[in-house]
Design a protein around this ligand. Sequence first.
Ligand code: GLP
Length: 247
Amino acid sequence: MKVIVLTDKEAIGQAAGDLICGLVSQKPDAVLGLATGSSPVPTYLRMAERHREGVSFQKVKTFNLDEYCGLPEAHENSYHTFMREQLFSHIDIQLENTHFLDGNCADEAAESERFSRTIEAAGGIDLQLLGIGSNGHIGFNEPAQAFTGEAFKVALTPSTIKDNSPNFIGSDIPMPRFAMTMGIGQILRAGRIILIATGEAKARAVKAMLEGEVTPQCPASVLQKHPDVTVYLNPAAAALLSDHPIE
Ligand code: GLP
């Protein structure tokens, strides 16, 4: 995995945003896998900036990693809302080209199949953007006994509930205990992966991902098996690595 340590979140957002926009300029109908959380926000800001400078997302298709169960799509804390507010309303993407798992589906297996088929029909994901949970999760693939395959409904762990609960302060619906998430197998099929981690709360997970054994106890460690992963870190997230190049 290629590890790039940059001084701050803004520099990471600029680098990751430019990389994604470079792909979109080369391949205007690129298929992007997108992530939520605070880590990708500066990347989305940069993508919006590059759009204002002329990059078009008209033909781009997107697939989001995950969505909470039990939140209406339009709820202020849903990942649908997050993506509209942080990215989609700032670029010229066609909303019908943006795809999500339905966190309120009645039949999870059918929903998973629908999502897999839609990705396949789009030609597969060219580039997947990821954050990482402090427990090493990617998407909402929590530490587990085995690596997952396609999308599924997951019970969130106490650590994830603790990490994400602050986003639900003042919300009329409490932080959900379940989510629909892309599976690990699905994530690994992306042609290229970019993972962003910043802050000392991520340092242990980052070390386990890059220097630990490949184990479903640290789901992100599976990325060691992917041939094209770029990891962007700030110095705090890289602090526990034995070897960390600063750019
Ligand atoms: C959530 C998302 C993950 C994300 C993680 C980290 O759990 N499901 O995809 O990587 O949060 O979020 P943050 O970037 O805010 O630390």
